[in-house]
Design a protein around this ligand. Sequence first.
Ligand SMILES: [Fe+2]
Ligand SMILES: [Fe+2]
Length: 419
Amino acid sequence: MVQINISFLKPGMKLLSDLTTPQGNLLLPAGSLLDERIINRCKKWGVVQADVESPEQSGQEDWTEIDPELLSQAKTQVQELFCRHRHPSQFIKVLAGDIVKQKAAALASEESAPLEAEELQQQEPTFSKQELDLPKLDADRIVSNTEELASLPEVFAKIINTLNDPDTTADSLAEIISYDVNLSAKLIKLVNSPLYGLIQKVDSISRAISLLGLQTVKNLAVNASVMEMFKDLSPDLLDMHSFWKHSIACGVVAQLLWGSSGRKGGEVFFLSGTLHDIGRLIILKDHPEYMRAVLLHPERGQKPLYQLEKKIWGFTHFELGAKLITSWNFPLIFSDLVKYHHFPKKARYEGEATNIHFADIIVHALELGESGEKNVPPVEAEFNKDLGVSLKDLRELLEQIKHLVHHIQNIFFQEKDEE
Ligand SMILES: [Fe+2]
Ligand SMILES: [Fe+2]
């Protein structure tokens, strides 16, 4: 008997022990034969591995047998991605090792998708000196001129207002959400996803609130409202679809990391993920020439993007994002996590900020969407010590992350699901 990673399961294999979801719910009893539909379902539910008869029978691929040339190509790509990590910690080594395997396997099966930022990266910089010498911006003025909340459709504005309204009840929240059929459907799919591991099927917002709690459902609804604010941005400089993929993936990974460190709660992470890089969207929306100056800057790729933001705008995306969230009167934890997601040691909510920090790094490393940042950002905390997650757990989580993020993103972007 051997534990096989879910990626290598094939139709016709036989299970030698019960297959369960990460939450321990039985999916298939021992003795079942796998087929394509069941394998897809397992991926969708975040199953990481299964006991099957033997590696030979399973056809598990050994990545060390991959053509050394492809392996070397994969290593070069990964070195570029991790170029800011000259003295990598064990955390970065585990992460980079997993990605080398993934890239080498993709190259071998000719499924290697181009990086989503590749087009931008390949563009010859065409800016003039004047474009680099833009006068500095005023973050406070930008925030006070931001009128998204006022211009939002009523239902979304109402939902955002519930965040700070202690009088919001389960009934009133359910009623507000139910005004928007698409939002309700999306939320119900989300609470039925493996991210929440509920045994019972949820078919109404009221039921979701009673099972997950008012705060969790509120945060999920606010998340959708924030995405609504920026849905019409031009994709010329930054693809919105890809940007939201990065943001949602960060929230999903943060929630998984928090759970695997054994901590309760974690309802802030999904929304915090959506918000963490929002400062870039404000600039993209109101001052696209400033985003262009940063993204096409000759030093992009040599320095973290936030250093170029500081140099060109006069502030960073996390400083601007935090100011904006404060102006929206969101609870303090959200602006704190946004402000310190690159420097979690300075945060008031240090544990939560460290969690978002590592989630962001993992999402960059796995190239799940795009934030504008070309490489994996620097690590400013210790994975094992500060986060309380072991490297062994990280290895297992990486598989779960890829499947779960894909599943959650399908809910938001209504791409064709695997099922
Ligand atoms: Fe960031
Ligand atoms: Fe990010």
